[in-house]
Design a protein around this ligand. Structure first.
Ligand SMILES: Cc1cc2nc3c(=O)[nH]c(=O)nc-3n(C[C@H](O)[C@H](O)[C@H](O)COP(=O)(O)OP(=O)(O)OC[C@H]3O[C@@H](n4cnc5c(N)ncnc54)[C@H](O)[C@@H]3O)c2cc1C
Ligand code: SF4
Length: 563
């Protein structure tokens, strides 16, 4: 096992959602594990500076001042970039990249990565998602199917704590759920309308990584029940939602096998031509800019999809002049994402004798219903949709003087508002790619050049989503239906995937069915970079399951002496 201070059994690059799982799995198995994280340390509870602040305690009442928005146009477009969580976002100016085409790259560089900021939606992918490329021939076939991952979904769900209902839908397999939170009466009304009219469409509770009934395993992590404060992006002192900071990283720390190094920018992976394997990583200290090398038998790359591409493209050697493991030439290509462009909203005049009591950290969800059992539209694959309903106060800021004051003080409630947003699957294409720019950043890393765009398939999907949602809203009797295509740049969905895709054929893919590099067997990629296609469901639960599965495989191979 590990012998000197720079040598470990395993190195994990990145401490976010997927890196946290790698750390937990390896340390639990007794392997000395080094987690390298380019950002600062964020300790659970201690480093959540805003978590107990009241709205009036924020200098700008929660908003980001105009000059800071102007300096950070990309992150300012993200709905979660507000005063209470701004410190967990990467500022545009501090970490530049090159947009060959507009791409909103939203990042969180710290221990925990984006797991502190995510919306915690955790839908399993279905057999249709893993079969998609094989069915229509776009992107390569997945080397695994749903059944390969099902036990690992269960494994990570039990530990993370996922709430949901068993809905019995083949498009969205059930998992190991804690009790679901409630839908509103209008969600339930819409659910009934949709169920009556369409056999294949369902409105369900969105499964999410919130503890609704703590099990022993959650208490052992020091986590407690979600209090429904809905200010999760600040970091939750109860550990009510899953984050690396509250869950996997402290769990790994407790084993005594974890070395966590914040402020360690991984520059590249070292490949040894003589040994025909990767031997370690080159790291630049984020503050002093000095370089150090760390060594290990196995390297897990979990820097989040596009940064993982960047590190591999930057890892050049005599054997791999175009990036580590890149015999196929596909590294950096077939980047895909989710299409969140369209939104439909309306007013609901019924249910005026009901109100909402309290808050919910999730909302209703409409699983994919297009092109599931057969190709029925002019576009490939499909979309899921979020659905939200709420009732607000009728007070306005209209009028002057006494009328103004009276309007502000009004206690009445207005009608219910409903809204939905699409979550479309985009097709990975060779032309959607990232590469290295000639300019470098202050850590001697080339800037990432991103060339990713929508295509005709996405346009058709937006149109169909709007038509179908309008039809469903009309059926429910909703009024003032309003559809909007934001035409936002790719990236704002924050579900970027691909570039280091899995596949059976080393000529067309980078990783085998265990997330192991075809051409460099001791390097594994289990974050979004490994995804062969994108599904319509949120991806992070799948990264967790793939990571735990790959770590188990590595441990077995190590025991057999194969790695
Ligand atoms: C507002 C928001 C809402 C979201 N909602 C959802 C949702 O509801 N459901 C869902 O499934 N997903 C959601 N996501 C996406 C989710 O957060 C990501 O899919 C997930 O965090 C990816 O995990 P990861 O391990 O790949 O990357 P991350 O969690 O981003 O972690 C990567 C880590 O690697 C580090 N790193 C990068 N480069 C280097 C380097 N060179 N050297 C060392 N360290 C490095 C980073 O600092 C970071 O800490 C959301 C994201 C945001 C921001
Ligand atoms: S909603 Fe739950 S998880 Fe989110 S901050 Fe509140 S208690 Fe924590």
């Amino acid at each position: 096992m590990a012998d000197n201070k720079n040598t470990f059994d395993v190195i994990v690059i990145g401490s976010g959602i997927s890196g946290g799982w790698a750390a937990k799995e390896f340390t639990e198995k007794g392997l000395k594990t080094l987690v390298l994280e380019r950002g600062k340390d964020v300790k659970h509870i201690k480093d959540y500076p805003t978590t107990n602040m009241m709205p009036w305690e924020f200098e700008h009442r929660g908003e980001i001042p105009f000059n800071i928005q102007q300096e950070n146009p990309v992150i300012s477009r993200c709905y979660a970039y507000k005063e209470d969580a701004a410190h967990f976002f990467v500022k545009d100016t501090e970490h530049p990249y090159v947009q060959e085409k507009p791409f909103d790259w939203i990042r969180g560089y710290q221990v925990g990565g984006k797991s502190l900021l995510w919306a915690r939606q955790t839908q399993r992918w279905s057999k249709f998602d893993f079969e998609g490329p094989a069915r229509d021939g776009y992107a390569v076939d997945w080397p695994i199917r749903y059944n390969d991952l099902a036990p690992w979904y269960s494994y990570v769900e039990k530990f993370a704590g996922i709430s949901g209902n068993k809905d019995g839908l083949d498009v969205l397999p059930d998992g190991e759920f804690l009790p679901a939170l409630d839908l509103t009466c209008v969600d339930n009304y819409f659910k009934d309308v949709v169920a009556k009219k369409y056999k294949d469409r369902h409105v369900i509770y969105g499964r999410c990584a919130h503890i609704t009934e703590p099990q022993q395993i959650h208490l052992d992590q020091g986590r407690a029940m979600c209090q429904k404060r809905t200010i999760c992006q600040r970091g939750c002192p109860f550990g009510g939602y899953f984050s690396s900071n509250a869950s996997t990283i402290p769990w790994a720390e407790r084993t005594g096998n974890l070395t966590l190094k914040p402020g360690a920018v991984v520059h590249s992976i070292i490949y040894d031509d003589k040994e025909s394997k990767a031997t370690g990583v080159r790291v630049i200290d984020s503050k002093t800019k000095t370089a150090t090398e760390y060594f290990a038998k196995v390297i897990f790359v979990n820097a989040a999809a596009l940064n993982t591409n960047l590190i591999l493209l930057n890892s050049v050697s005599r054997r791999f002049p175009n990036g580590l493991g890149n015999d196929s030439g596909v590294l950096g290509k077939y980047i895909a994402f989710h299409n969140y462009r369209a939104r439909v909203s309306a007013k609901h005049e019924g249910h005026l004798d009901y109100t909402t009591d309290g808050k919910s950290p999730t909302a209703a969800y409409i699983p994919r219903f297009r092109n599931v059992y057969k190709q029925e539209t002019g576009f490939l694959r499909g979309y899921a949709a979020g659905f939200y309903s709420g009732r607000y106060g009728a007070n306005t800021q209209e009028g002057f003087g006494e009328t103004f004051k009276a309007n502000l003080a009004k206690k009445d409630l207005g009608p219910w508002h409903v809204s939905s947003h699409m979550m479309g699957e985009t097709i990975p294409k060779e032309s959607n790619m990232v590469s290295l720019d000639t300019k470098k950043d202050e850590w001697d890393m080339p800037l990432l050049k991103i060339k990713v765009d929508y295509d005709d398939n996405d346009e058709k999907m937006v149109k169909d989503y709007i038509e179908q949602m309008k039809e469903m809203f009309t059926e429910a009797g909703f009024k003032d239906i309003n559809a909007m295509d934001s035409k936002q740049a790719p990236g704002l969905d924050i579900h970027e995937m691909g570039g280091v895709r899995m596949g059976n054929d080393p000529k067309t893919s980078m990783l085998n069915k265990w997330n192991q590099m075809h051409a460099c067997k001791n390097v594994f990629v289990t974050d979004g970079a490994c995804m062969t296609s994108t599904s319509t469901q949120n991806p992070s639960l799948t990264y967790m399951a793939l990571t735990a599965r790959a770590a188990d495989y590595v441990f077995g191979e190590m025991k057999k002496g194969n790695i």
